[in-house]
Unconditional design. Structure first.
Length: 143
């Protein structure tokens, strides 16, 4: 099995709306919803990866990272191009003041959803758990 791969991204919230909205992107290849993320490049920190991938996939660069939030998920991947490997994705939490964004060609749909709608769209239990933890962290910060 080739070397493990790392990826990173953001659970991105617009808290200027009531209730807050979360950005989800629908993958054009496999049709599942998720957060902006991508593979790390050589010598790139996970935070640098998350910032770069979010900018590439959404055009969003105006983010304020919420400290003390990190969620990682590891799973096996097998693709025709890269073969089999173990992938670990780390998500950080950030807020942005606007819902304006662009949609990359990697995605067939994108949108800002309230917590319940976002949770319904997410297929994978780990992503649901990450969203729940992000919501709890934002609520804790607001008090």
């Amino acid at each position: 099995m080739p070397k493990d791969r790392t990826a990173a991204g953001f659970i991105l919230a617009c808290v200027n709306l009531a209730p807050p909205r979360y950005l989800l992107l629908k993958n054009a290849l496999h049709g599942t919803w998720g957060f902006p993320k991508g593979h790390s490049e050589k010598n790139e920190s996970l935070m640098e990866t998350a910032l770069r991938e979010t900018a590439e996939e959404t055009g969003i660069t105006d983010v304020r990272v919420i400290q003390d939030f990190e969620f990682s998920d590891s799973y096996e991947v097998n693709t025709p191009r890269r073969g089999a490997y173990r992938k670990t994705v780390t998500y950080f939490l950030a807020v942005t003041p606007s819902t304006a964004h662009v949609q990359s060609r990697e995605h067939s749909e994108s949108g800002w959803f309230d917590f319940d709608d976002a949770l319904t769209r997410l297929k994978f239990p780990a992503l649901k758990q990450a969203l729940r933890q992000a919501k709890a962290r934002l609520e804790a910060q607001a008090t």
